[in-house]
Design a binder for this molecule. Structure first.
Ligand SMILES: Cc1ncc(COP(=O)(O)O)c(C=O)c1O
Length: 273
């Protein structure tokens, strides 16, 4: 990629990460819808439609020869002389690659350590932009303290993880931040909420106050590559004191959906047949 690509110079691009298994991609349409939304919000033209992305994805997957992995897609505003405002003639740059994943998709799952950190991101966290420096710094700070994820706090309220959405269970109710400019509309979050509704688990779409963490029974985070990950401890703030039945149910339900999404022949073979 030329050094004058705007993704490199300004972080002027958007992306998606999709879970794949054996050439099948989970929740494909939801990812395509979010990509289109992110692009529209930053006035970026996406040169490929859903079918064209899928053709690229399937070819990359076959070439990589991997079983379970993630597909990364990015569109930048393209190559142009460095000037903040949009270039007049640049063509968008498209990048796609496949990465093998070792993340467990079966069993009970581990309980991870998380670290509470201030949310230093911009106020359009709903756009899946490649501008991830605050997320990178938060993850690194968590890692230095032995944590797997950083849980971010803005104005005393828990927003989400550095690369995951956050869920808390308190007295049988499932809390997660409502969809607004403070969080990414996670595809995994969306599916987990569908499953919670199906299972009759009461949902509260409200930001949870950080200073009420002591009253929480279960915490988990969700994401395309981490699925439903139970949190066992938030360093210095909260520690799980018992079983986590709601996390376990939702994890099983989500993995079931993932299984169903990635079973059978590749999408294109299905639509052709
Ligand atoms: C900030 C942030 N929140 C949440 C998520 C989870 O989104 P999804 O479930 O679509 O992977 C991600 C994924 O990368 C993220 O970067």
């Amino acid at each position: 990629m030329p050094v004058t690509d705007r993704a490199f110079l300004f972080g002027d691009g958007i992306y998606e990460v999709v879970f794949g298994r054996d050439g099948r991609f989970a929740f494909w349409e939801l990812h395509m819808q979010r990509l289109a939304r992110s692009a529209a919000e930053v006035e970026l033209k996406v040169p490929l439609d859903s079918g064209q992305w899928l053709a690229v994805a399937e070819r990359l997957w076959a070439d990589a020869g991997c079983e379970t992995g993630s597909l990364y897609l990015e569109v930048s505003r393209g190559v142009a002389p460095r000037e903040h405002s949009f270039p007049e003639r640049a063509e968008p740059t498209v990048v796609a690659f496949v990465k093998e994943l070792k993340v467990a998709t079966e069993g009970d799952g581990e309980a991870a350590l998380a670290v509470l950190l201030p949310d230093q991101r911009w106020l359009r966290c709903d756009i899946k932009s490649v501008n991830l420096l605050p997320n990178v710094l938060a993850r690194q700070a968590a890692k230095r303290q032995g944590g797997r994820e950083a849980i971010l706090v803005r104005d005393g309220l828990l927003t989400e993880g550095a690369a995951t959405n956050l869920f808390l269970v308190r007295q049988g109710e499932l809390w997660t931040h409502p969809l607004d400019q403070h969080i990414l509309p996670g595809v995994t979050r969306h599916v987990v909420l569908e499953e919670a509704r199906r299972l009759g688990i009461p949902i509260r779409l409200e930001a949870y106050p950080a200073d009420e963490l002591a009253l929480v029974d279960e915490v988990f985070v969700t994401g395309t590559t981490s699925h439903v990950l139970a949190i066992g401890e938030i360093l210095g703030h909260w520690r799980r004191s018992g079983p986590d039945p709601i996390t376990a149910r939702l994890r099983q339900a989500y993995l079931g959906r993932l299984e169903a999404e990635t079973m059978g022949a590749p999408h294109s073979a299905q639509s052709a047949g």
